[in-house]
Design a protein around this ligand. Structure first.
Ligand code: CTP
Ligand code: MG
Length: 238
């Protein structure tokens, strides 16, 4: 049974600022997406990478994959994405061939995840966990707030969860294929959709196992994250 990685890369990257879609922006002279594809293909466990491209950018993404050196033992597919991350992941999962039994879902926006983290997630699924997330403890204390009722009104704190019990989750998140498919078929999430895939599996009532995440698996979300990513890459290349 094969392990495949689905890479949602269809977002615009609104928080990063206007311009090229986030996944196609350069990091160390190479598109963020290519870094993410290489990070998945670097794992011996992964034999197929499915990239979910911006809806109107599938041809451009195919071109990019052809233009960059990628491991030859891995197959690559490109499909157009959807309006929400959740929809994009579903579209990627729908294209998986029958012999794929384990699926890693990895944000294109996490270009620097180390291969050891990818292997740890894939290994935990192969060892029998239906769903696996890499996670780190939090540095900041987190508050739950009551959203402001009217514009100009301040938010109010309603709770402070115990920080030691909180984790910031990263990707790749790993799944038994059938579990991930069931989550996408049965779990309804409105608005902008689910921000993470394991959350949908939790709603099914299935256990989600945590493995250690990695600092370098951070998500490029805001402009400062791009500064950090450039610095991490420069340190690796030194
Ligand atoms: N994503 C996707 N399809 C969407 C929205 C997001 O495939 N309709 C992907 C993004 O390309 C990204 C990952 O989901 O790799 C994580 O989402 P996020 O970091 O929120 O990226 P964006 O949605 O692009 O950024 P923003 O929310 O700032 O617009
Ligand atoms: Mg988003």
């Amino acid at each position: 049974p094969r392990t495949a990685a689905v890479i949602p890369a269809a977002g615009r990257g609104v928080r990063l600022g206007p311009g090229t879609p986030k996944a196609l922006r350069a990091l160390g002279g190479t598109p963020i997406l290519i870094h993410a594809v290489r990070a998945m293909a670097a794992s011996r466990a992964v034999s197929l990478v499915v990239v979910v491209a911006p809806p109107d950018g599938a041809a451009e993404v195919k071109h990019l994959l052809d233009a960059h050196a990628l491991p030859e033992r891995t197959d690559y597919l490109v499909v157009p994405g959807g309006e929400t991350r959740q929809e994009s992941v579903r579209l990627g999962v729908e294209t998986l061939p029958e012999d794929v039994a384990v699926v890693l879902v990895h944000d294109a926006a996490r270009p620097l995840v180390p291969v050891d983290t990818v292997d740890a997630v894939a290994g935990a699924v192969r060892d029998g966990a239906p769903a696996v997330v890499p996670a780190l403890p939090l540095a900041d204390t987190v508050k739950e707030v009551e959203p402001a009722g009217t514009p100009g009104e301040s938010e109010r704190v309603v709770a402070t969860p115990v920080r030691a019990r909180l984790r910031a989750v990263q990707t790749p998140q790993g799944f038994e294929r059938a579990t991930l498919e069931r989550a996408h078929a049965e779990v309804a999430v409105d608005g902008e959709g689910a921000t993470d895939d394991a959350g949908m599996v939790e709603r099914l009532g299935f256990p989600v196992v945590v493995v250690p995440g990695h600092e370098e698996a951070f998500k490029v979300t805001r402009p400062l994250d791009l500064v950090l990513a450039e610095a991490v890459l420069a340190r690796r290349r030194a």
